[in-house]
Design a protein around this ligand. Structure first.
Ligand code: FMN
Length: 189
């Protein structure tokens, strides 16, 4: 596998995809990001991998989807991120991230992003029964306190047949925009 340069020219966005029924629509966020001059690499949770068309996502981004840790000594398949968008962010990953649990590659990247100062936005997508658990608002409070930008889409009543009315993928880019504009300019010079 080819080592990816740290000197990647365009700003690089990691899109962390969790195991939600709407994960298959992540191409909408990738398209929106690419239109805004981002290169995009997808990190899927192990469960999230099964919720998307991996081949289509890799064709769209031009980078392999990462889901597991590389072996020691293996080259890094993606450049380091300038920003991270977690979309969709599941109840499970939000609570584990806030608690500092790092048992998936996605969580490892998210837990370290705070210490590395990488701008991070999360778009939760969960149902009202999950959102009623007392851990959930506490997790959001802790993530906000860490500087994570949280999307506006609240827990939805579970619907037979699913559906994602009003979920705006591009909100992740809107949230990140003020955080990254200075960095993107720095890279162009
Ligand atoms: C069809 C299906 C749809 C699901 N959708 C969601 C969802 O939208 N949000 C959520 O928090 N969990 C959802 N779940 C449950 C998660 O997949 C489950 O909690 C999983 O462990 C999350 O793993 P991850 O956070 O590592 O991606 C769904 C499960 C299934 C089977």
């Amino acid at each position: 596998m080819t080592e990816v340069s740290d000197q990647h020219k365009k700003p690089f966005l990691y899109v962390v995809v969790c195991a939600s029924g709407i994960a298959g629509d992540v191409d909408q966020l990738i398209t929106a990001a690419q239109k805004q001059n981002w290169d995009v690499g997808v990190i899927a949770t192990p469960q999230g991998l099964g919720f998307m068309d991996a081949a289509a996502v890799e064709a769209q981004t031009g980078f392999p989807i990462r889901s597991a840790w590389r072996s020691p000594g293996d080259p890094r398949p993606l450049p380091p991120p300038d920003a991270i968008a977690v979309a969709p962010a599941t109840f499970n990953t939000i609570n584990k991230w806030a608690a500092g649990i790092s048992d998936t590659l996605a969580l490892g990247i998210l837990c370290e992003a705070y210490g590395l100062g990488i701008p991070t936005a999360a778009l939760p997508y969960l149902n009202t029964a999950q959102g009623a658990h007392p851990a959930y608002p506490q997790s959001l409070d802790r993530l906000r306190g860490m500087g994570v930008l949280i999307g506006s889409y609240g827990p939805q009543r579970a619907k037979a047949g699913g559906g994602a009315d009003g979920f705006r993928w591009e909100e992740a880019l809107e949230l990140l925009s003020p955080e990254v504009s200075g960095r993107a300019r720095t890279r162009e010079t």
